[in-house]
Design a protein around this ligand. Structure first.
Ligand SMILES: *Cc1c(COP(=O)(O)O)cnc(C)c1O
Ligand SMILES: [Zn+2]
Length: 467
């Protein structure tokens, strides 16, 4: 990953960082040895052979573009059956011409988030190296994904490390139900990730966080499916929420490789959206102007930034828990992706995220808060004139609505009058939760209506609301 370091390692090793320079590893292929198709369109022929699980998988039917495993080594549970959808309501809300804003709905994956695209690849590599135990730290979705691969395939045992506090219940319930050994660390996600890295290194446990470069290979396929849905036309923009920055890094790598291979002729622009309460990338890229710069980046400045973060004991805080991360491990790879894709970074408030989420729900595509950051970011970039109303824009809806029902119910049911003063709302959990996140209004809320348990009262209410 450090372009100055030429160290290479075999695919049979389980390192995540380079023992020479200490940077994360990156997967590179000798494309001359890969039987590549002449055009991307040829991948469509696999639809007709989808009884073959490798052709059915939305990841592995593009296997020539992530060729690190032999067919018989591949671990798949039918991930990636996700499609590009349009919603007139959401497009209008974000300020786009009809049909210009599209939603890549990754909540339809087996564990309900895009993480399965990467976990099928990490599971495949774990299987290739004969791992018996796999582990990850997680804000929730990575653990749900690893746990489902472990329970479905029975190839390895799973240990998940979660932080204490803000894990969304849908995600925690998945890890528990799928039978993962679940360790609740008394710290936050950034702490849990540090612990799991040390523990895996000490015990020889296979590490499945997005420091694992194979996960990013699988996540490239999200872009392949977007291109396929657009009949192999490249959109103008890809908009994605940024947490640990694995997705944005993978997208940049996908487009860079496709262009190098002559399979596309243009690269879309990339917008990575942080939550205001966990905006490390936004600060580094937009405020401190840190750039990949062909690999010659200002590491002293980055280290200074994290040093100051430690000194101030600054912790990530957002209701979009999937992106509540202050130390994104794939920072450098993401900076590289931003360079390849002429990208921008924006931050959006929890209030904007929850409003966008309610609009996405009303448009028929429920998602969790982190996913809605993408749509809120597209709306902001539209307002700023960075994206034009006629641009073709694809927002990645990263996770399913049912992952985090608490935030949904809180947004819709809270009494807006109680959002202004935290002091008076301690008796109301939802008002407290939203106030602490800086939410002062809920214009897209669809509040439940309380009514007496009496036929006449219900009929009178229906008259009043015109039903
Ligand atoms: C993991 C996750 C993200 C963040 O993705 P990164 O690759 O870590 O930047 C966003 N949304 C959801 C739903 C996630 O599970
Ligand atoms: Zn190195």
């Amino acid at each position: 990953m450090n372009p100055a370091c030429r160290a290479t390692y075999s695919v049979s090793e389980t390192l995540v960082d380079c023992s020479k320079c200490g940077h994360l590893l990156d997967i590179a292929y000798d494309w001359n040895r890969v039987p590549l198709p002449g055009s991307l369109k040829q991948f469509e022929s696999r639809w007709s052979s989808r009884r073959n699980p490798l052709d059915f998988s939305g990841v592995w039917r593009f296997r020539e573009l992530l060729p690190f495993a032999r067919d018989e080594q591949i671990v798949t549970i039918g991930e990636g059956q996700t499609i590009l959808q349009s919603s007139a309501g959401v497009g209008k809300y974000a300020g786009f011409q009809t049909g210009k804003l599209l939603l890549q709905y990754e909540g339809l994956n087996p564990s309900g988030s895009f993480k399965d695209n990467g976990m099928t690849a990490a599971s495949t590599h774990a299987h290739m190296v004969g791992a018996k135990v796999a582990a990850c730290a997680s804000t929730g979705n990575t653990s749900a994904s690893l746990a489902i691969y472990s329970s479905t395939t029975r190839l390895f045992e799973t240990i998940v490390f979660i932080g204490s506090g803000k894990i969304a219940y849908g995600k925690l319930s998945q890890a528990l139900d799928y039978g993962a050994k679940t360790l609740q660390i008394q710290g936050d996600f950034d702490d849990a990730l540090k612990q799991v890295r040390d523990v895996c290194a000490a015990r020889g446990i296979y590490l499945c966080n997005s420091v694992n470069p194979f996960r990013l290979e699988g996540q490239k396929s999200i872009m392949f499916r977007v291109l396929e849905a657009l009949n192999w036309e490249v959109p103008d923009w890809i908009v994605v929420p940024g947490g640990n920055l694995g997705n944005s890094s993978a997208f940049g790598k996908a487009f860079f490789e496709l262009k190098e291979l002559g399979l596309i002729h243009r690269i879309p622009r990339l917008a990575v959206i942080n939550a205001t309460g966990s905006n490390t990338l936004y600060q580094l890229f937009e405020q401190h102007k840190i750039r990949w710069n062909g690999g010659k980046l200002d590491e002293a400045k980055i280290n200074g930034f994290f040093g100051q973060m430690d000194t101030d004991n600054r912790r990530a805080s957002t209701l979009a828990t999937a992106i509540e991360i202050n130390r994104p491990v794939n920072l450098l790879k993401c900076l590289r992706a931003l360079e390849v894709c002429d990208g921008v970074v924006r931050e959006v408030s929890d209030e904007a995220i929850l409003e966008a989420k309610a609009q996405i729900g009303a448009g028929g595509f429920g998602c969790e808060p982190a996913s809605a950051a993408g749509v809120a970011g597209a709306k902001l970039l539209r307002e700023q004139g960075v994206i034009s109303p006629s641009d073709q824009v694809v927002c990645i809806l990263t996770g399913h609505q049912l992952k985090d029902p608490t935030s949904t119910v809180a947004y819709h049911s809270v009494d807006p009058a109680r959002l202004s003063a935290i002091a008076t709302t301690e008796d109301d959990a939802y008002a407290t939760m939203l106030s602490k996140a800086g939410v002062t209004q809920t214009p897209a809320a669809n509040r439940p209506i309380v009514v007496e348990n009496k036929f006449e009262s219900i009929m009178a209410l229906l008259d009043r609301i015109g039903c």
